[in-house]
Design a protein. Structure first.
Length: 334
């Protein structure tokens, strides 16, 4: 990593440090911030973890999660912490629009900004970058960052649980984006005493009855397959949101089920929220959804997992997507 010497120098005296991740934080966003925050505190730094919005309750088992400052709940406090910080770690995001209206606060904050991230096309707002789009997760990169700082012996079980959580969630339980390093780190964490079975159980066996029924409804009644292109679509409209009392996190993971169909190469999931339509994109293998998300839905992310959003009527947005399908994906050879 370029600048690692400067960073070591920066961290050689106690500092006031903020760590922030993207809106609607997932396991990787929360895990990477909490692990690194705990590491820094072991060296006498003061660390504040800030999230633009609340985290899904499934991650409440992570150590330190109750100390997170949520910008949506107390804007002044989050801004004050960021403005005062000597160093700001930007984790698991690469563009200022991923942290909403906190973008300008970060951009103009006096502290040194260090980005640790694995998304495509990072924006040039930070002072130092550990950006690796081949990494499974930001948690993997936080582990490697700690190795670069020669501090691996400071990783404890609680930090390990945070790191392994991000690796598990961003690889879909070691199904994609795996590399030898992913298994190496997972193995080292297991040697340390991190209970992977416990984490898998917390993360994947924690649905409520309502959430499982919602999944059934989505697949049974709201799924469409564009056979010619191998594109699977699930749509949840505002009536579904009312009927199932859908709240944050309830729709997590639904998009992935589409990929279980053999001939589906691209999965798309539309959610009609009060003022915006949120979209998740997933794909298999060499097929990329990142360009379509970026070009037409103000989004992006990774080759096989992207997100985006659109304003306007639900049908219009779905039709825009369908019209673009032939421009981004090839017909299946059947
Ligand atoms: P999800 O579909 O789970 O919300 O997001 C999948 C991936 O796409 C994540 O890696 C996330 O970082 C990225 N992503 C989600 N929403 C957006 C967005 O609005 N803009 C950009 N640039 N990336 C997004
Ligand atoms: Mn991530």
């Amino acid at each position: 990593m370029e600048g690692i010497k400067d960073i070591k120098e920066l961290l050689s005296k106690p500092k006031l440090i903020s760590l922030i991740a993207h809106r609607n934080p997932d396991g990787d966003a929360i895990g990477s911030c909490l692990a690194l925050a705990k590491y820094l505190e072991k060296f006498g730094h003061t660390s504040n973890v800030i999230m633009p919005s609340e985290h899904p309750s499934v991650f409440s088992y992570l150590a330190g999660v109750n100390e997170i400052s949520v910008y949506d709940l107390n804007r002044e406090l989050a801004i004050e912490k960021l403005e005062k910080s000597d160093i700001i770690f930007c984790l698991d995001f690469n563009a200022l629009d991923r942290i909403d209206t906190l973008g300008p606060t970060i951009q103009f904050a006096k502290g040194k900004k260090i980005m640790i991230d694995h998304h495509l096309d990072p924006e040039p707002f930070a002072d130092y970058y550990l950006s690796d789009t081949t990494a499974s997760s930001t948690c993997e990169l936080v582990y490697k960052f700690i190795e670069m700082l020669d501090g691996k012996d400071k990783i404890d079980v609680e930090m390990g649980e945070c790191i392994l959580t991000g690796i598990i969630t961003d690889t879909g339980s070691f199904k994609y984006a795996t590399t030898p390093d992913v298994y190496r780190i997972a193995s080292e964490l297991k040697v340390l005493g991190v209970d992977d079975y416990k984490l898998q159980n917390f993360i994947f066996n924690s649905l409520t009855e309502k959430q499982l029924r919602l999944l059934g409804h989505a697949i049974n009644n709201r799924m469409e397959i564009m056979k010619e292109y191998g594109v699977g679509i699930v749509v949840l409209n505002k009536y579904d949101f009312e009927e199932y009392q859908i709240s944050r996190g309830d729709t997590e993971g639904i998009v992935n089920y589409l990929l279980m169909i053999k001939d589906v190469q691209v999965a798309v999931f539309f959610r009609q929220q009060p003022s915006i339509i949120k979209i998740s994109f997933r794909s298999k293998g060499d097929v990329s959804v990142q360009e379509l998300a970026r070009d037409h839905f103000r989004g992006g992310g990774h080759k096989n997992a992207s997100g985006g959003a659109a304003y306007g009527g639900l049908n219009k947005v779905i039709n825009t997507f369908k019209e673009q399908v032939p421009n981004y994906f090839s017909k299946l050879e059947i």
